[in-house]
Design a protein around this ligand. Structure first.
Ligand SMILES: Cc1cc2nc3c(=O)[nH]c(=O)nc-3n(C[C@H](O)[C@H](O)[C@H](O)COP(=O)(O)OP(=O)(O)OC[C@H]3O[C@@H](n4cnc5c(N)ncnc54)[C@H](O)[C@@H]3O)c2cc1C
Ligand SMILES: *[C@@H]1O[C@H](CO)[C@@H](O)[C@H](O)[C@H]1NC(C)=O
Ligand SMILES: *[C@@H]1O[C@H](CO)[C@@H](O)[C@H](O)[C@H]1NC(C)=O
Ligand SMILES: *[C@@H]1O[C@H](CO)[C@@H](O)[C@H](O)[C@H]1NC(C)=O
Ligand SMILES: *[C@@H]1O[C@H](CO)[C@@H](O)[C@H](O)[C@H]1NC(C)=O
Ligand SMILES: *[C@@H]1O[C@H](CO)[C@@H](O)[C@H](O)[C@H]1NC(C)=O
Length: 598
């Protein structure tokens, strides 16, 4: 795959000079042309500037022997892994059985150093199989990885990637929907081992907040932090995503981080007090309200893996609260026909503003085949079940009046932690899909609701799933704190955050991939954008190839984010798609080489 794909149409020397003039003389660039345009690319396996074995072995020594050539997670089911760094015999029946069973399990995949839980952006080139002669190739999986155990290991990885102009990927849990924790021919720094947790009752850093806080290493996952906080008397909680296995100090906070507590305390990023972060120059820095405050701002919603590698993060914590929840299912088996089903969806969804104004968080899914609405759960934090039922009863009255069949159940808990563990359903790994998404603004739900439901129908008819999250990040957080973080200010007026999911296999023919991407961008998300023009897009759960991504993701904060990116990472040591300052970057040659367009 590295053989001369493209003939150079002009002198490599001229191109190298041009690249050096643009990006500085220190790094070496690989000139390529692709679809008639000229590019300067990072150094990938086989390139003249790819580090020599002795350089890799020096790096290995610096990182305590924790550098490895990557072997994809599915390899034990295949006779051979044929990678750009050589061929390895990989078949192992016991390991194959384990990986086959574990592939749909999030934590199983998280424990593998380079797996991507949503597999589309790995290119699905080495899935578990019952036929060992099936090929296993690198696809878009990384070439090598460092299992970082110290700050020095991360610094060594960053410095090595910068000096050798390698593609660098930071990988925590591998949850990223957009493929940001994998990348062809790259070097990975895996942060999963950074599991330290400490707490204080009285934060004494800069800023006016003096309450309790948690400091978590880069590898800490939501369930670990919540479990730790629950052991206190009285039990404590913090803002996390609804998914318990997502990391709390990696991509989540850098995108913003929404969850069931967002109605009370805003995004996870709103609760951040401090980061320890290593920037592109390899320097470990503290970022808080006083020191490197620009970086502190950018790390809170400015996009993942764009400004540095977070080593640890400190967040506010809060007293846990009694909570209750209600589930609701509507589908054609409980219903007469499709018209009535959509009427029920319309009724349900028309309560978005009402629900978030009452502090409720609602997680729901709408699936195309069979048509179903799965609301699981409607969460009332700090609400008794009767209080929650009183808020939701008008919806049930409407459904009854329509004659809609549904099933419902409810539960009440002494803590939000207990509800979180009992009512949120586990999620699966190993799916291949393109994911997109949009958010619905309060005003659009108020003024344009019929169009929103028409857009839902368009999405479903186009074969996409919808995952909805009703919350308001402006509900509990004081208005004077709304502007403190880098997230698109439009998010304060959002009442429903939608993910769209278009299934497509990572090894589908290129034409099928193009068709799916086009359907996602233009039909599915296009319908939602048109129905909620005041909405925005969430960088962790959206289509990175949507039009005007800068505005959709960051709105009026984009120019400042761009400046901060240029200050801390002027040469693009870090790259993740559609983050500030990546306009010129492309993965050319069918998703492989990472290059800057000249
Ligand atoms: C099942 C599921 C449920 C989800 N639920 C929610 C939800 O409720 N709320 C919500 O807001 N989001 C949710 N998400 C999206 C989630 O926020 C993103 O997938 C997020 O990027 C995951 O971060 P991670 O660090 O765990 O994963 P990774 O895939 O390892 O990393 C994601 C991105 O962050 C970068 N990164 C990771 N660690 C670091 C670090 N230490 N320093 C710098 N960059 C780093 C990576 O390079 C990559 O770009 C969900 C995702 C999934 C798959
Ligand atoms: C790094 O060193 C360890 C320990 O000596 C060794 O097992 C591993 O193969 C080395 N990695 C590479 C990429 O050579
Ligand atoms: C990725 O998959 C596409 C087919 O979907 C294929 O054409 C391409 O060669 C693959 N690339 C790699 C590096 O696996
Ligand atoms: C669907 O069901 C509703 C309510 O029972 C009924 O009024 C309507 O005529 C039905 N529509 C079709 C197409 O069957
Ligand atoms: C929880 O509810 C009680 C009583 O209704 C109220 O006094 C308290 O402020 C609420 N707590 C939060 C965090 O909203
Ligand atoms: C349809 O609804 C019934 C009862 O409400 C439920 O048991 C079933 O799981 C639902 N089916 C789907 C596909 O959601």
């Amino acid at each position: 795959m590295k053989a001369g794909v493209i003939g150079l149409l002009f002198s490599a020397t001229v191109l190298a000079q041009e690249a050096a003039a643009t990006f500085g003389p220190l790094t070496q660039w690989v000139p390529r042309t692709w679809n008639g345009a000229n590019y300067a690319c990072k150094c990938h396996p086989g390139d003249y500037c790819w580090p020599k074995p002795i350089e890799w072995s020096n790096l290995n020594a610096t990182v305590g022997g924790n550098l490895r050539v990557n072997i994809p997670i599915g390899a034990p089911c295949h006779n051979r892994f044929e990678g750009p760094l050589g061929t390895v015999n990989t078949y192992n029946a016991a390991q194959c059985a384990a990986v086959t069973a574990g592939f749909p399990d999030e934590q199983f995949q998280i424990e593998h150093p380079t797996a991507g839980l949503w597999t589309y952006f790995t290119n699905d080139t080495c899935r578990p199989t019952t036929n060992p002669t099936d090929s296993c190739t690198l696809g878009y999986y990384p070439a090598l990885y460092i299992t970082a155990k110290t700050i020095g290991h991360i610094q060594a990885g960053i410095n090595f990637a910068r000096k050798n102009n390698l593609r660098l990927i930071i990988r925590n849990t591998g949850h990223d929907f957009l493929g940001r924790s994998v990348g062809w021919g790259s070097l990975v720094i895996n942060t999963h081992r950074f599991k330290s947790i400490s707490t204080t009752n009285k934060w004494n850093g800069p800023g006016s907040y003096k309450g309790p806080a948690i400091t978590a290493g880069a590898g800490v996952q939501a369930f670990e932090a919540l479990q730790h906080l629950n052991s206190f008397k009285p039990p404590r909680i913090m803002v996390t995503g609804e998914c318990a296995t997502v990391g709390i100090a990696g991509g989540l906070v850098q995108g913003g981080g929404h969850g069931p507590l967002t109605n009370f305390y805003g995004f996870l990023a709103d609760t951040a007090l401090q980061f320890k972060v290593i920037t592109a120059d390899g320097t470990l820095r503290t970022a808080n309200a006083q020191t490197n405050s620009d970086l502190f701002w950018a790390l809170r919603g400015g996009g993942p893996a764009a400004f540095g590698v977070i080593v640890e993060a400190t967040y506010k914590t809060f007293n846990d609260l009694p909570s209750s929840g209600i589930n609701l299912d509507i589908n054609l088996s409980t219903n007469t026909n499709e018209t009535l089903y959509w009427e029920a969806v319309r009724k349900f969804h028309s309560y978005s503003n009402n629900f978030v104004d009452n502090g409720l968080y609602v997680y729901y899914e709408i699936g195309p085949v069979p048509l179903n609405l799965h609301v699981h759960p409607i969460v009332g934090i700090n609400k008794t079940l009767p209080q929650l039922q009183a808020i939701v009863q008008p919806l049930f009255n409407d459904l009854n009046a329509l004659g809609v069949g549904y099933t419902t159940s409810s539960q009440t808990f002494s803590s939000f932690y207990a509800l979180y563990n009992a009512m949120f359903e586990g999620e699966m790994a190993g799916n291949s899909a393109l994911t997109g998404g949009w958010t619905l603004a309060r005003t659009d739900v108020e003024n344009n609701h019929p169009s929103i439901i028409e857009a839902f129908k368009t999405v479903i008819n186009a074969g996409s799933f919808i995952v909805g999250h009703m919350w308001s990040a402006g509900h509990g957080l004081p208005r004077n704190e709304w502007g403190n973080i880098a997230i698109n200010p439009k998010f304060r007026n959002v009442v429903d955050k939608l993910i769209t999911i278009v299934p497509v296999s990572g090894d589908a023919p290129l034409a099928a991939k193009e068709e799916a991407q086009n359907r996602l961008t233009n039909v599915v998300d296009g319908a939602l954008r048109a129905a909620s023009p005041n909405g925005a897009s969430y960088i962790n759960e959206a289509d990175p190839f949507q039009p005007n991504w800068q505005d959709a993701f960051f709105g009026t904060n984009y120019p400042r984010l761009l400046q901060i990116r240029k200050k801390y990472d002027p040469n693009g040591v870090f790259y993740s798609v559609s983050t500030p300052g990546t306009e010129q970057w492309e993965q050319i040659e069918t998703g492989t080489r990472l290059c800057k367009k000249l």
